[in-house]
Design a protein around this ligand. Structure first.
Ligand code: HEC
Length: 115
């Protein structure tokens, strides 16, 4: 995701420097804006380890970001994971049903928990 964003910035910067070098040449600005760029995204094949709740997390939590966003976090307690899952729902709009919050938090505390 971040790779895509920085690629856009590169294109805009190229267009801007183009315009700066030749302020009166509008065609070169357009050429810069319309340029095609190659973007390669990093591999994202991480699947979370099996366990109760793994299927929910593998389907519900990777809609917006990779599983690595979860596994690369420092270990959290059950309550902290619960708060994190709540945040995904309320702040970011994750469509996780309320009755699955605890199952998910318990699973996350099992695979990446602190006691
Ligand atoms: C609707 C989109 C969406 C869904 C679904 C979603 N997340 Fe997120 N998540 C985000 C966004 C946006 C960020 C912040 C990304 C950033 O800062 O680069 C994030 C970040 C995180 C982080 C990093 C710490 C933080 O708070 O920024 C964790 C851990 C996380 N999500 C866990 C989960 C879990 C577990 C689920 C499943 C219950 C989930 N996410 C589902 C959007 C979502």
């Amino acid at each position: 995701m971040k790779t895509g964003i920085s690629a856009t910035v590169i294109v805009l910067a190229a267009a801007a420097s183009c315009a700066y070098a030749q302020p009166s040449d509008h065609n070169s600005l357009a050429a810069g804006v319309n340029r095609t760029v190659e973007v390669s995204f990093p591999e994202s094949t991480t699947v979370l380890p099996p366990g109760e709740g793994a299927e929910i997390v593998n389907s519900q939590c990777v809609i917006c970001h990779s599983a690595g966003m979860i596994t690369r976090q420092p270990p959290l307690s059950f309550d902290q994971w619960k708060a994190e899952v709540e945040k995904m729902r309320t702040t970011y709009g994750a469509p996780l049903p309320v009755d699955q919050i605890e199952t998910v938090a318990r699973y996350l505390a099992t695979i990446n928990g602190k006691h």
